[in-house]
Every structure is written in C-alpha cells, then in structure tokens.
Design a protein around this ligand. Structure first.
Ligand SMILES: [Zn+2]
Length: 284
C-alpha cells in the first residue's frame, strides 16, 4: 500500500470516537518499532517527522523508510511533517513524497496564521495531501505545568472555529494545556475548549504533547473530540533507557544491534499501549 493522507482515517476516527496516534520517527529503529506495533494491532497511524528529524535522517531516507513500512504492512500510514515552519518546507516535503503536513503558524498573528495556512492548504489539497494547522501556543519542555498555564496561551474556541472555517484544515491542533516533553506533574487539560471546538467543526482536534498524559485524561480528551494524538517523548525515553541499561550492565558491548534490539522492543511496547488506549486497534 502507498502512503495515504490523514483523510483516509481521521474522519472515521472522529465519527467513531477514537484517536489515531502520531508517533514520531527519529531513526530506522523508531520507524520499525512503530510499524511492528501497528501491524500487531491492525491500526492506522501517522509517522510524524519534525524538521530536526528531517535534518538528522535526510529527506530521501525518511520517505523511503515510510514507504517501505507502508508496503510491508499494508496499513494506512500517513507520513506527516510535524510543526512545519514555512510554506517552503511544507512544499519540499510534499514534493519528496510526504502525504501530510502540519503548518505551524502559531507564532504569527491570528490573521497572518490564517493567511499562511490557507496557502499551504490550497497547494497541499491539489496534491491530495492533508494539512494540520495550529492555534494557540503549546508549552515547551521547560514549562512548569504544575502551575496553571496562562489563558493567553490557550486557544480561544471562537477563534479556533473561525480558523477552521477560513483555512479548511483537515485537523486542528489547539493549545489546551498539554506541553511537549515530559511533565513534572500532571497537565491541566482544558476539556471544555476541546469540546467547544470539536462540536463546531467537522474535523478532529489534535492533542500535542501526548507523552506522560495520564490514561484517564487521554480517554476524556478523545470523548471531548480529540482524534489525533502526538507521542514522541515516551518513545525516546523508552529507547534511551533500554540502551542505557545494556551499556551499564556490560561496558564491553560494541555491536549496536546488542543495544538497539532491546531499544526497539521497548518502543514496540510503548506504541502498542498507546494504540490500545487511543482505541484505534482493528481500524486499519
Ligand atoms: Zn507538537
């Protein structure tokens, strides 16, 4: 099967109240672990690729790995640019074979974000590529989430609804209190914002910073209208912990396969648990 746009599975996810996971690809082992877990559970999924990961892997290897996974698995897989920062980088990815892109214009003014996102949607749609937009500022690693986030950073439902109506994005990331990286405490997720936006628009809301969010909060988010959840940090932690354990036990190890095999296995477990939690098993 070829790579597909997110529209192959997100409308169904929203209608049936489950979420599809975006698992970020950082190298070959991540890509293999993610697709192996999804094959075991017969689930659609999204490979997220940040601009940093793109630089690290190279765009040709990134696309080739994702295409190999789609061909091998027969699953509906989207290859998605994560937090694309410009029209140019989004087009570069589409030309290289990405089936989906995120344009993150959240650091621009509201009107400018709408204008730029519309341009990406217009070009992407012509190529059959799906687009995710972002509204509001999603907190970073350094954020102290035990402190209630400033409401100024959160998305305003009426703005999010207007953003959707004007841009026509295929899914919408809104800042609702989650943050990238690991949490020091528990995130304060504003379910009321998710619900207000999701009720008013036909496409799903995207939850960024899904790593380390308690299961019950994930279930509540999905019930409120989240249809796509991004996970990266938990896989990074599982990968690195497994490698560290092998190296700490045996200082003489030099064959990378000796520590990358358990790292990959650890990531398979993380991805399987997320797919089960998100409810996308047997939805491929
Ligand atoms: Zn994000």
């Amino acid at each position: 099967m070829a790579l597909v746009s997110m529209n192959e599975f997100l409308p169904k996810a929203k209608a049936n109240k489950y979420a599809v996971g975006q698992f970020n690809m950082n190298n070959l082992e991540f890509a293999q672990a993610i697709v192996d877990a999804a094959m075991e559970l017969n689930s659609p999924f999204i490979y997220g690729v940040s601009e940093g990961a793109l630089k690290y892997m190279g765009i040709e290897f990134t696309v080739a790995i994702a295409e190999a996974a789609a061909k091998k698995s027969g699953l509906p897989i989207a290859l998605h640019l994560d937090h694309g920062s410009s029209f140019e980088v989004a087009m570069k990815c589409i030309r290289a074979g990405f089936s989906s892109v995120m344009f993150d214009g959240s650091h621009y003014s509201f009107e400018e974000n709408i204008r730029l996102t519309k341009e990406v949607v217009k070009a992407a749609r012509a190529m059959g590529v799906s687009v995710e937009g972002e509204l509001g500022t999603i907190g970073g690693v350094e954020d102290d989430i035990s402190v209630d986030e400033e409401h100024a950073n959160l998305a305003k439902p009426e703005e999010a609804i207007r953003f959707y109506e004007e841009t026509g994005v295929d899914c919408l990331a809104i800042a609702v209190g989650t943050a990238h990286g690991m949490y020091a405490g528990e995130p304060n997720i504003h379910f009321d914002i998710i619900e207000a936006v999701s009720k008013a628009i036909p496409v799903p809301v995207v939850l960024h910073g899904g790593s380390g969010v308690p299961d019950e909060m994930i279930r509540k988010s999905i019930a409120a209208g989240v249809g796509k959840i991004n996970v990266n940090t938990e896989n990074q932690v599982a990968c690195t912990d497994a490698i560290r354990e092998v190296l700490n036990k045996d200082a003489k190890v030099y064959d990378p396969r000796k520590y990358l095999t358990p790292a990959r296995k650890a990531m398979v477990e993380v991805v399987k648990s997320k797919i089960q939690l998100f409810g996308s098993s047997n939805q491929a």
